[in-house]
Design a protein. Structure first.
Length: 534
């Protein structure tokens, strides 16, 4: 019997005087094995992983044991930790923008890791970097080496982080929600890449996720966490086919279901676009001459009525968010955009200002879009002051009303964003948009970072709000299960082109292009239902 790569015994973690965040957690990972750690946000998955190489803050009190190849990591010396971190154990963190340096290019950041841990630099390093970027699905990696993190899409940034983690061929890879921001086809590529590395390098993998479809596909064993405890553990087949714990059963049964509530065919058109195009110029040389264009969106044409949802799907970097920003008139575009009966594609900032209250956006990362210095009351009420709405009314009461409507308690008004879970922060972002009573709401990956149970809650909330207020939604997502449950019409995008558009039923039941069929096939491959047999 070979030695475990990682052996955790009776791990207990406490922050300050608070109750234990983690209590008596034990798990083992063998060479070449994939062990999944699943559970809802706040259950303790990430801090369990961080404790293995002493990455917790000083306020944490840690007892118990976490051994890498027989060497104790809890209380280990700095020299031991430096040897293990990055070389033997690599991390993929959930939020790529907090892991990448905004001041350094992609090549420099990957090169720094290779130089530090493997002594590879110069031309040799560039060859390794290009190979890594190609492996993780970055298109035309030669053209992206000098890019900075903010110029990449969320999925592209996550792929760069994965490339950095894999660069040193670690013995153990700890992946914390590594595929959350990735579309289904890239998810499949990344999972295949991890499986290949495990086979060729004997790499062990601790996979932290809320995506049970991914867990079912790749893991050998599963540990289910709730409230700082492992409530169920066992072989993946046993956990999925015959769960014993009620919490495990609830997780397995939680996924968005149903169909969108039919919209009225004679409902007024809220927004339409005709031949919408967004091209970004490529400038080179001393005189910064335009030598070409990045064709982010090509000739998009669509209509959204009141009470209707247009789903937009496609791989990361396909132009989904760019299309939404163009409709919002937050970036320049060509083509015709009509909002509430008036053309807005030629309007300047001053002309758009009166329309802003009627078009709102909920962003993918609520933590990044909420000011950390403002209370929740200030964040939600900010738009009322900007647009000079509801004069003479009790603003605090309006905030309480909308918080209640999105499932937040009014007693939370004086808290700050960092005091909330991911699902609660997304509700705050929705409340901030909804308090203005808009006609159009653009939702950019609103459920991608959320647990399955919270996804269901947010989808149901959006359905209720749409039905109550006749909202038009533009719903951007790589999660085809969610898109199918909310969308009346769907646009499929690839490399800036609209490759297919139709009703949700047409797109999902009778796709006409190979690309759409590949997307749907990849999504079906990741689907899992409680009690499904292997």
């Amino acid at each position: 019997m070979s030695e475990p790569v990682l052996e955790i015994n009776n791990l207990t973690i406490r922050f300050g005087d608070d109750p234990n965040a983690i209590e008596n957690v034990s798990l083992t990972i063998m060479p070449g094995e994939t062990v999944a750690l699943v559970g809802e946000s706040g259950s303790g998955k990430s801090i369990t992983a961080l404790a293995t190489i002493d990455l917790l803050p000083d306020s944490a009190t840690v007892t118990g044991s976490a051994k890498y190849r027989g060497t104790e990591m809890i209380g280990a010396s700095d020299k031991t930790l430096r040897q293990v971190r990055g070389n033997d154990i690599s991390f993929i963190f959930q939020e790529p923008m907090t892991s990448l340096n905004p001041l350094h290019t992609i090549e420099r950041q990957l090169g720094e890791s290779l130089a530090l841990h493997q002594g590879i630099s110069g031309k040799d390093a560039r060859g390794h970097i290009l190979e890594l970027l190609h492996k993780v699905g970055i298109r035309d990696p030669e053209t992206r080496l000098n890019d900075y993190p903010h110029t990449l899409s969320g999925g592209q940034r996550q792929r760069v982080i994965i490339a950095m983690a894999l660069a040193n061929k670690p013995d153990l890879l700890i992946a914390d929600e590594p595929t959350t921001a990735l579309d289904v086809t890239i998810q499949a590529q990344i999972l295949e890449l991890l499986a290949e590395l495990q086979k060729t390098e004997g790499m062990a993998l601790l996979f932290i996720t809320h995506d049970l479809g991914v867990v079912h596909k790749i893991s050998d064993r599963v540990n289910v966490m709730q409230g700082g405890h492992i409530v169920e553990a066992g072989p993946t087949k046993d956990i999925f086919n015959n769960p014993q714990n009620e919490y495990t059963k609830m997780l397995l049964s939680a996924e968005p279901a149903g169909e969108p509530i039919p919209a009225k065919e004679d409902a007024p058109v809220i927004v339409s676009a005709e031949n919408l195009r967004v091209w970004f110029p490529i400038k080179r040389g001393l005189m910064r001459r335009v030598v070409g264009h990045i064709k982010a969106v090509n000739d998009a044409t669509f209509t959204i009525r009141a009470g209707e949802t247009l789903g937009i799907v496609g791989e990361s970097g396909s132009g989904k968010t760019t299309l939404a920003l163009a409709v919002m008139r937050l970036i320049s575009s060509t083509g015709k955009i009509v909002f509430l009966g008036d053309r807005i594609d030629q309007l300047k900032s001053k002309g758009l200002q009166p329309l802003r209250r009627d078009m709102q956006m909920v962003f993918q990362d609520p933590y990044g879009s909420l000011s950390p210095r403002m209370t929740i009351e200030q964040i939600i009420a900010e738009g009322l002051g900007v647009h000079e709405l509801e004069p003479g009314q009790d603003q605090r009461q309006l905030v309480k009303n909308i918080m209640n409507e999105v499932g937040l308690e009014a007693s939370m008004m004086n808290r700050y964003p960092h005091e909330f879970s991911g699902g609660q922060r997304q509700r705050i972002a929705i409340a901030r948009a909804m308090i203005l009573k808009p006609k159009l709401v653009i939702l950019d990956e609103p459920t991608s970072a959320l647990d399955m149970t919270v996804q269901v809650q947010i989808v149901n909330l959006l359905r209720d709000l749409q039905q109550k207020y006749g909202l038009a939604f533009m719903f951007i997502s790589h999660d085809l299960k969610v898109v199918r449950t909310v969308s009346h019409k769907v646009i499929v995008m690839r490399q800036g082109d609209v490759v297919e558009i139709g009703t949700g039923e047409q797109i999902f039941n009778a796709p006409t292009t190979d690309y759409t069929r590949a997307l749907i096939a990849a999504a079906i491959d990741l689907e899992v239902k409680s009690g499904a047999s292997e």
